[in-house]
Ligand binder design. Structure first.
Ligand code: ADP
Ligand code: MG
Length: 270
């Protein structure tokens, strides 16, 4: 059996949470996304790699409603058994359905404490009025303490977010997403600009979220991918070039040609 087969909904044991099928998106005639098919299982941690311009960010933009595809479908399989077509929805509506996105640069509230950043985020999902009249419940506090533990910032809880290191700010932002209780987390290059130690801790953090959430992680750092890889999707020219384990993908001649090969060349030029 070809390992390039796109496993459609008919062939799986674990339920799907997200189906992207036959999606196309062109910018001024240039096909950034070209007949893209992508299926994410409930609780899965998926990594997406690919050279610059492969369409990775556009892919996330389409899922989050930031960009509307020209054709194809994006379906969220809700836990009550209903399917929701995301293509017609606005960004905030998609976010409310439980799809959270973390952009590359952290955008925490620097003059608020770590704790307050999490409270603000918890409330963002609830609307302005509720935030205005907010009274912390024991349940909220428990949720925040749980998030703090996950992102390992318990000891920094009363510090201003602006005082955190770059890596810690990234973790806080992941925590802010978690406080909203998302079903799917989309994370774009979480290890960018981090030290080796921070990168490794980020990997542990993401691995700890598997099963509780479904995750799509875009990343360039191959060591980091190796650390967290389960199923890896390689994008090239807006299309899935290959899908499989890290070892399988890494040793695939077509992948080496378009992605790793290019990196290798860059390295020898140094
Ligand atoms: P990646 O994240 O994999 O580096 P992108 O999704 O950012 O790739 O981009 C894919 C291709 O689509 C690139 O060639 C990029 O120049 C183009 N592209 C992305 N967004 C736009 C846009 N808003 N307008 C025009 N071209 C775009
Ligand atoms: Mg990108």
């Amino acid at each position: 059996m070809s390992d390039n087969l796109h496993h459609g909904p008919l062939y799986r044991d674990t339920p799907l949470i997200l189906s992207v099928s036959g999606v196309n998106k062109a910018f001024d005639g240039f096909k950034a996304i070209d007949d893209l098919n992508f299926y994410l299982e409930e609780g899965e941690l998926r990594t997406v790699i690919g050279p610059n311009g492969a369409g990775k960010s556009t892919f996330m933009d389409i899922i989050t409603g930031c960009t509307r595809p020209d054709s194809g479908s994006v379906t969220l399989h809700a836990n009550d058994g209903h399917d929701v077509n995301l293509v017609k929805l606005k960004e905030f509506e998609i976010n409310r359905l439980g799809i959270g996105r973390k952009f590359q640069t952290p955008s925490v509230y620097k003059s608020h404490t770590v704790y307050d950043n999490l409270v603000l985020s918890l409330n963002r999902a609830r609307g302005v009025l509720k935030t205005f009249f907010y009274k912390e419940t024991a349940e909220d506090r428990e949720c925040i303490m749980e998030v703090l533990k996950t992102i390992r910032l318990e000891s920094r809880v009363h510090d201003l977010a602006g005082m955190l290191s770059h890596g810690q700010k990234q973790w806080l932002e992941i925590g802010m997403l978690l406080a909203q209780g998302p079903r799917i987390l989309l994370i774009d290059e979480p290890a960018a600009g981090m030290s080796d130690e921070e990168t490794e801790r980020t990997g542990e953090l993401l691995l700890g979220l598997e099963k509780k959430h479904s995750l799509i992680v875009i990343e360039h750092d191959m060591e980091f991918i190796r650390q967290i890889a389960r199923k890896v999707t390689v994008l090239h020219q807006g299309h899935v070039l290959k899908e499989g384990t890290f070892d399988r993908v890494q040793s695939d001649p077509a992948v080496v040609e378009v992605y790793l090969g290019r990196q290798g060349k860059k390295d020898t030029n140094k």
